[in-house]
Design a protein around this ligand. Structure first.
Ligand SMILES: [Ca+2]
Ligand SMILES: [Ca+2]
Length: 213
């Protein structure tokens, strides 16, 4: 399996780093956490995916043309969307398109299986899928994600990059978000195949996100 994106953070707050990884076209997101007690071995991780309650299937088309976007996995962000002291997790997800895809076609999400996902961490360390009420279902074929409090209101906002358009979501302070892309003027990124230069721009943006996150 191909691991496309990982983030380290203290899930158990035991001063040992835990890790969440997004896997290319996989049915699972793997969590790894150091064993505790007598089994403690520095640097060793165990898969605790099931006990977290997280279920995420990365959707990516599989065409004979092998388009650039289908080779990229899901971006993942770990941040505290409601400032309750527990970190929450966001995954970007794809959208459907045909094989072959007509020039100029922009993929759009057509159902829940293509939604980006936001999981809210509960006091017991498990997670709840709050995607629908969060307003972070997404629109198109999303790949990258960056988090930051752009308006300095104390709540981290989220910027999602995707094929055909990027989106800036403002955090309302309770893990719900408002799409402020047009208002902020940061949508950018349009037209695909018929504009070869944009492929390069998209790739550069993707690499940049990897470097800054
Ligand atoms: Ca939280
Ligand atoms: Ca903010």
């Amino acid at each position: 399996m191909a691991i496309e994106g990982c983030r380290d953070f203290a899930w158990r707050r035991d001063r040992r780093a835990d890790r969440v990884c997004s896997l290319y076209r996989s049915q699972q997101v793997f969590w790894w956490s150091p064993p505790t007690g007598s089994e403690l071995v520095p640097g060793r991780f165990v898969d605790v995916t099931k006990q977290t309650g997280i279920q995420f299937l990365h959707q990516a088309a599989h065409t004979s043309r092998k388009y650039l976007i289908e080779t990229m996995g899901s971006g993942v962000a770990v941040f505290d969307c409601d400032n309750d002291g527990r970190l929450d997790i966001f995954f970007a997800n794809g959208a459907p398109y045909s094989d072959p895809t007509p020039p100029g076609f922009i993929p759009r999400k057509t159902g829940p299986e293509y939604w980006d996902r936001l999981f809210h961490q509960k006091p017991d360390g498990t997670f709840e899928d709050i995607t629908e009420k969060s307003g972070l279902k997404g629109v198109g074929y999303d790949m990258g994600v960056a988090v930051g409090d752009y308006d300095n209101d104390g709540y981290e906002d989220i910027y999602v990059t995707g094929y055909g358009g990027n989106h800036l979501y403002h955090n309302n302070g309770d893990c719900t978000f408002t799409d402020v892309t047009d208002k902020a003027g940061v949508g950018a990124m349009a037209g695909p195949h018929r504009r070869p230069g944009l492929i390069l721009i998209m790739t550069v943006c993707w690499i940049w996100l990897w470097l800054v996150m």
